[in-house]
Design a binder for this molecule. Sequence first.
Ligand SMILES: [Zn+2]
Length: 168
Amino acid sequence: MDGEGLYYSGRVLWVVKSGDRLYGKVLDDYPYYVEVNGDSSFCTCPRGGDCEHVRAVKIAYERGFYFDCPGEEPFGEGCAYSMLNSVPELKWRVLLKELEHALETDESGSHAAKLFYEAFRLLEQEPNPRKLKVIGVLLNEYSAVFPDYAVTERLKSEFRRLRIRLEG
Ligand SMILES: [Zn+2]
C-alpha cells in the first residue's frame, strides 16, 4: 500500500508535531514509527525512511491531523498518548485500531493482551455496552487463536466481570 492508501485506510494512528519535527505511528504489516525533520526522514521499517509510512504521516499532517507537542522525546509517543487521553473518543478509536492490527499480526498474543487490558480500563472509566460488545467480539477472536494461554482465561474472566458490572 502506498502513502495515500495507508492514510485513507486509517492506518496513521497519530501524528505529533514537536518544534520542526513530525513524529507518527503507522500500522502496516507491523507498527512503524516515523520521524520527519525538514527534508530528511527516518522510519523503523526496513527501508528506513523516505517510504510510504513517511508519506502517510506527511499527508496526515497536511490534513491537520496532528497534535502539537512541546519538548522533544523519542518518536513522540508519550506525548501522543497523553493528548489522546484527553480525548477519550479518539483514544478509544486508536486503541481499537491497534487491537485489530495486533490480532492480525501479533504472533505471541502478548501485545494484543496488553491492549485488551487497556480497553477494559477505558470501559471501566466510561462504561458503554456497545463498546463492550465490540471488545467481546475481538476477545472471541483472540481466544480462538490462543485457546490454551493462561492470559486468555484471565482476559475472559475480566471481561465477564465488566459485563456483569455494566449489565447490572
Ligand atoms: Zn517506512
